[in-house]
Structures are given as C-alpha cells and as structure tokens.
Design a protein around this ligand. Structure first.
Ligand code: ATP
Length: 248
C-alpha cells in the first residue's frame, strides 16, 4: 500500500490575474503514507502549488493554465475544494484562519461540516483530536482568538482532522512559532502519519525542521522544481541548503 500513488502533480503551470506566472511546470507525487516537504524561499511558489492542489486558486484570481493534478484518480482541476475535502484531501491554510470568536470546540466542529455525520460520530472525532492535541482539550471552551499561536496552529490541524482526511496539505505550520512548539506540532504530525497512515504534503521555509520529519522533499525556485529526493539525501547536502534555501 505504501507504493500507491495518491497525489500526482504533473507539469502544472499557474498564474495570477492572467499576468504573474507563478508556476512554470511543477511535478511531484505523494504516495500513501508519505510525508513530502515542499521547500523554497519566499515567493518560490510553494503556496501557489498547495492552493492548486486544493483547487483554491480561483478564489485569488489565480488559475492553473496547464498540467494535471490527480488525487486518488480524481481530476482536481475539475473538482471543487469542498468536494476534495469530502474525498479526503484537506488543506490547512497559511496563517491558520481559525474563527477567533468561536470556541476551540466549535472551531473543531466546523471541520466536520459537509461530512454529514451525526452527533455521536462528531463527539468521537472530537475525542480523537483531543487525544492528539491535549492542549486543545484544556482550552475547549476558550474563544480561539484568545489562544496562543501554537494552539491556533494545533486547532487548524485539528479542524482538518475532523474531516477525516487521507491527505493533509499544510502551508508553513512553523510560521511565527517558537522552536519547541514547532517540534511538538511536527512530532504529532509524524505520529498521525505513522499511526493513521495519513499522507502529508507540507510547505515550509524552515527546511531543517521539515527535513527532520519528512520522507521526501521537493525544492522550488521561481516556480520551477530545482531539486528533489529523499529527506535523508537533502539533509546531507548542506551546500544545497545554503544555495536554494538561504541557510548556511
Ligand atoms: P511565501 O512563503 O512567501 O508564501 P511561496 O513559495 O509560497 O512564498 P507563492 O506565494 O506561491 O510563493 O508565490 C509565487 C509567486 O506568485 C510570487 O511571485 C508571488 O508574488 C506571486 N503571487 C502569490 N500570490 C499572489 C496573488 N494572490 N496575486 C498575485 N500574485 C501572487
């Protein structure tokens, strides 16, 4: 089952406002049970790629102009974001986007909307999310806007889990968070990956942490794939990290 390819991104090109070309032919795959990191500096095209995968570009006057994206055999370019969620492809956007005035628990419940489950199902899934993120259980009655940045990131991930994803797509989960919080979040993602066979596609500027937890990585620069390999291969190439990722 590990060899089964779940997501195929094939030579996609994308632009915004029919003007700014952001992707010039990006290809990679995600196998079932794999964690793939999408690396690259600011503006390399990571977010655009993730939005293309979730069919979210039209909402930003962006579009995929060429290439193919298939999730478990479905043509992503012809499938709405909501339908993709129901098929098991769920994204966690950059900046977390929690509903600040809703409680932590009500935020989680919104993740189950569209799934058509009953109360008992939702209660079971809430318990499951609280098991992964005990901090959220402690804060279940608090307005999300009053929780810390790390808790909001956990909440965004927890809400995605409520949709019962088979592939989760995350944009810069480490952004603005302290190193220990980042480590906690990545450890939990890794456990979800191994214990629930959850596949993960994660964009990160923090290549060090991403390469610690990922199986494979794709490096983008100016909308082009400049490098790809196993995380172990890339971890050992300090020269490459310095050159493409701006880290020494
Ligand atoms: P970041 O970490 O800053 O999000 P990134 O690697 O995710 O960087 P993208 O956000 O995908 O990069 O940006 C790729 C290119 O597309 C950049 O040239 C950027 O300026 C452009 N771009 C991104 N979003 C928009 C938008 N909504 N409208 C117009 N151009 C955009």
């Amino acid at each position: 089952p590990h060899e089964e390819i779940q997501l195929v991104v094939e030579a996609i090109e994308a632009d915004y406002n029919q003007a700014v070309v952001a992707l010039h032919g990006v290809s990679f795959t995600v196998r079932r049970g794999e964690i793939r990191a999408l690396l690259g500096s600011n503006g390399a095209g990571k977010s655009t790629t993730l939005k293309a995968v979730a069919n979210l570009l039209p909402a930003e006057r962006g579009r995929v102009t060429a290439g193919a994206i298939r999730f478990e055999g479905h043509n992503v370019r012809a499938t709405s974001t909501g339908d993709l969620v129901r098929l098991g492809l769920v994204q966690v956007l950059e900046g977390r986007h929690v509903f600040r005035s809703l409680t932590v628990e009500d935020n989680l419940v919104t993740g189950a909307i569209g799934r058509g489950s009953g109360r008992a199902d939702i209660a079971r899934d809430l318990d499951r999310v609280y098991g992964w993120f005990p901090r959220l259980a402690e804060k279940r009655r608090a307005p999300a806007g009053l929780t810390s940045g790390g808790e909001q990131q956990m909440l965004a991930i927890g809400r995605a889990l409520m949709a019962r994803p088979r592939l989760i797509v995350l944009d810069e989960p480490s952004m603005g968070l302290a190193p220990l919080v980042v480590r906690d979040i990545f450890r939990t993602l890794k456990q979800l990956n191994t214990q629930e066979q959850l596949s993960i596609l994660v964009a990160e500027q923090n290549s060090t942490v991403a390469l610690t937890y990922a199986d494979t990585a794709t490096v983008l620069e100016n909308g082009v794939v400049v490098l790809e390999g196993t995380a172990a291969e890339l971890r050992n190439r300090e020269d490459i990290k310095a050159f493409y990722l701006g880290e020494g």
